[in-house]
Ligand binder design. Structure first.
Ligand code: NAD
Ligand code: ZN
Length: 262
């Protein structure tokens, strides 16, 4: 972290500015992406460790890949389920679950499929891209909780109807669940601050959220290790790890007595 005192763009100063924004409101929307789970040891898709057996996520997380080689795609998902089950939520997940008791109106929209927000205690969560521990039947659409056992067999998981099960996640090129998108936009339109954490801002339609917020006069805060397409447009862009910045933010907001406005 940059602790340069007197520099108005130091990480500490930016976190202070974000805390000031958050300290005066009672309605907050948060969008999270893979960066929030990075510190738990779950690779992001675009990070250095985003490859599996030399395949990129963009090659495997598609309906075409599943159609061509469901065994390979399920093998990848079983490997990811195993990795996620062995991992634990980090300080970013816990800080976001604390947000629920700080703000009267709160919604967390996550692109992550890893269930970590719920494991950290968050309840007001919408999963835009599904959940890796759920499967869906390709024939009858029935959903079931599903955790495979890594490397045990090449048998494909089947529904009670006999149809092939697929991971209940949104793959590249697929539509997101309309009701989740609509609920998110409804909440966003009435919120005071939107915070965008650990997302590259290139996966649509989630990437549209910051612009939609700005167009509606919602104040925006970004937390990301690297600059993204929205870094220059948001009100406060904090270049830091989410598991460092978010707990600091919680401490700063809860330390300062404020009179809240909606
Ligand atoms: P992404 O992989 O495209 O980008 C991750 C972003 O996080 C990058 O901008 C990176 O700079 C930032 N980042 C990395 N470490 C960080 C940290 N410690 N703190 C703050 N920021 C950090 O991820 P995305 O934007 O979420 O989109 C990719 C898609 O991949 C999504 O659809 C998501 O469903 C899926 N995905 C999910 C998981 C998961 O569930 N944990 C993991 C990988 C990918
Ligand atoms: Zn079925």
């Amino acid at each position: 972290m940059n602790h340069t005192s007197g520099n108005s763009n130091s990480t500490d100063n930016l976190i202070d500015r974000a805390a000031l924004l958050l300290g005066t409101v009672n309605s907050v929307f948060v969008l999270t992406g893979a960066g929030v789970s990075a510190e738990s040891g779950i690779p992001t898709f675009r990070g250095a460790d985003g490859l599996w057996k030399n395949y990129s996520a963009q090659e495997l997380a598609t309906p075409q890949a599943f159609q061509k080689d469901p065994v390979l795609v399920w093998e990848w998902y079983h490997w990811r389920q195993d990795l996620i089950l062995k991992a634990s939520p980090n300080a970013a997940h816990y800080a976001l679950s604390a947000f629920e008791s700080i703000f009267e109106h709160f919604l967390l929209l996550t692109q992550n499929v890893d269930n970590m927000h719920r494991r950290a205690g968050s309840q007001r969560v919408l999963e835009l891209h599904g959940n890796i521990f759920r499967a869906r039947c390709c024939e009858c659409d029935r959903k079931t909780e599903y955790t495979g056992i890594q490397g045990v067999s090449n048998d494909l998981p089947r529904c009670v109807c006999g149809g092939l099960l697929r991971p209940d996640v949104v793959w590249f090129g697929e539509a997101i669940p309309e009701y989740i998108w609509q609920d998110s936009l409804d909440f966003l339109s009435g919120t005071a601050v939107a915070m965008i954490c650990g997302t590259s801002g290139v996966v649509w339609p989630a990437a549209a959220i910051p612009r939609i917020a700005m167009e509606q006069g919602v104040k925006t805060i970004e937390i990301n290790l690297e600059p993204t397409p929205i870094s220059n447009a948001v009100d406060v862009s904090i270049r830091a790890k989410a598991d460092v910045a978010l707990p600091l933010l919680v401490r700063k907001i809860t330390d300062r007595p404020t009179s809240k406005i909606s």
